[in-house]
Design a protein around this ligand. Sequence first.
Ligand code: NAP
Length: 248
Amino acid sequence: MTKTILITGASRGIGAATARLAGTRGWSVGVNFAGNAAKAAEVVAAVEAAGGRAIAIRGDVSREADVTAMFDATERAFGGIDGVFSNAGVLHVAGRIADTDPGLARRVFEVNVFGAWLVARESARRLSTRRGGRGGSLVNMSSAAARLGSPNEFIDYAGSKGAVDSMTLGLARELGPDGIRVNAIRPGLIDTDIHADTGKTDRLGELVGGVPLGRPGLADEVAEAVVWLLSDAASYVSGALIDVSGGR
Ligand code: NAP
């Protein structure tokens, strides 16, 4: 069935790959981005070339007004929303907690936790069958870091993703009766731009030895799991935390 979805942080990486895959299904996609309008425009063009429809929407998930506006824009363009991929997230330069700037950690919690909370709240308001919505699927972006803890790199980031897991479990129970399935995806090491933020130029190379499948993952491989969770093929899946981590 054709769907309308909103993806936060869809200008690059896993969000962009998910938008492109949704395009091949003929879905309509709200492509949210924070600052990189040129990359978002490329994703919109790729979705359309694949057979879907898309619009780019600038907005910061940690700001309530921006989150409301991105849902509004998607609904205005395509009608009601069936699915939301709450994907936007940040990390920062790797280091031990004793040396970490609280401002960097605060931003991680603002975007990864409060942003995910705002997107979940708006999803509940728009999708709930009890509030006139048509039900649907919310996919939260967690990380293998939630269970590994990211020692010596970013305890705050791992904690933010642990919070996403907890919210996912609660949301699945709270929103099931509203016709909304809620799940989280927990990627391991995926080859995207985000690793550059750590300041380690070869972070993937340094950590790949701990991956049983012996290589980093591709954004496209994560997108497959996300689109499945958004689709009707996953109609009885809710409250799941799905690892896409090559066994790590
Ligand atoms: P990425 O390539 O760095 O892309 C990040 C995306 O998020 C970009 O589209 C960026 O927009 C957007 N973004 C950043 N801050 C935002 C904000 N405040 N509001 C709205 N959008 C914002 O990252 P990625 O690797 O695809 O990661 C996506 C998600 O997967 C994150 O939540 C990350 O924690 C999670 N994850 C990644 C990995 C991995 O190994 N890559 C593993 C586990 C989990 P602009 O382009 O405009 O900056």
